[in-house]
Design a protein around this ligand. Structure first.
Ligand SMILES: O=C(O)CCC(=O)C(=O)O
Length: 312
């Protein structure tokens, strides 16, 4: 089992994240890269057939081809973001024993892989691919507002649109650790993540969530750090640790995937994007072991969402 070591667990608890160098062999990510390359090719052909794309930019590699397509046809960009890309190699990564082992050390033996896994082609100088400070479970909107004010996107920032991101969830205390996995080497030039070490701590009880005086002072003095990573590394993140994705100033795409897990016995977060049971002792027959099994779950949810009167 690739459980966290005691030091790694301590770092996760204290800092809100731990960088797991070489958790995966770079070759293990090759099938996913090939799957993305095939998806880019297929999309390009579809858009070309529809007269929306002039060139397929076949001479361009993984790191630049999609930029060229988006330049020609911006509508193609969202086709490859979020969880639209589904394929056997992605499923292999979501259910990779090393990821599930590590998730298990936080969520316990019933491990549910959330359906909110995201593929992120972070294009150079492409605002839609940048993220301001946020927590993955936005439990405490005011804490994030504070962080934004300290480190950017404060009240006077023209990019701030006035809405506070406050997606308060039903089970705020539920552990939802996530992995952020780059598919290319990342650094401050091409938009590696910035984390706020310790920013996840002092989460107030649910009923006090709107009183910032209870926790904000405890964020004072914390400083963000950029996390350069190489292919094969994985950043394991506490759901309340504030992080930020600054612009990609390089000439290539910063491809990455992020994945979240939760305790399979607790309410499942997203009905619209259901995940799957990745490991279980109590319900071993329900563990999803094939890509086809996962596709069936997603298709069933999509069909249900199309039912008149149903809104997921
Ligand atoms: O990949 C990125 O640039 C941002 C990802 C992120 O913020 C997240 O996974 O919550």
């Amino acid at each position: 089992m690739a459980q966290l070591t005691r030091e790694q667990k301590q770092q996760y608890d204290e800092q809100g994240f731990v960088l797991l160098r070489r958790l995966l062999q770079p070759e293990e990510l090759r099938p996913l890269i090939h799957e993305i390359e095939a998806a880019v090719e297929k999309l390009g052909r579809e858009y070309q057939a529809a007269g929306r794309l002039q060139s397929l930019h076949e001479g361009h590699p993984f790191q630049t081809r999609f930029i060229k397509m988006v330049e020609q046809c911006p509508a193609i960009y969202p086709e490859l973001t979020g969880s639209r890309l589904m394929g056997p190699a992605l499923f292999q990564l979501l259910s990779h024993p090393k990821l599930v082992d590590i998730a298990e050390s936080i969520v316990g033996p019933e491990v549910h892989c959330e359906g909110r896994h995201r593929l992120r082609p972070k294009l150079p100088n492409y605002e839609a691919a940048d993220f301001r400070w946020h927590e993955d479970t936005l439990y405490q909107a005011r804490r994030i507002t504070y962080v934004e004010q300290q480190f950017g996107l404060g009240a006077t920032d023209p990019k701030r649109n006035g809405t506070v991101m406050s997606r308060i969830v039903a089970a705020p205390q539920m552990a939802e650790p996530g992995f952020w996995i780059p598919l290319v080497d990342v650094d401050e030039t091409n938009g590696c993540l910035e984390m706020l070490p310790g920013g996840h701590r002092h989460t107030p009880p649910y009923d006090r969530q709107w009183d910032p005086s209870l926790f904000v002072p405890q964020l004072e003095g914390l400083m963000p750090v950029a996390i350069p990573m190489q292919v094969g590394d994985a950043l394991f993140i506490h759901q309340h640790c504030p992080h930020n994705s600054p612009p990609n100033r390089s000439d290539h795409i910063r491809w990455s995937v992020d994945i979240r897990y939760q305790d399979g016995r607790l309410p499942i977060k997203s009905a619209r994007e259901p995940g799957f049971l990745a490991r279980s002792r109590e319900r071993s027959s329900e563990v999803v072991t094939t890509y086809e099994g996962y596709v069936r779950i997603r298709e069933a949810a999509a069909a249900f969402a199309r039912t008149p009167g149903i809104r997921l």
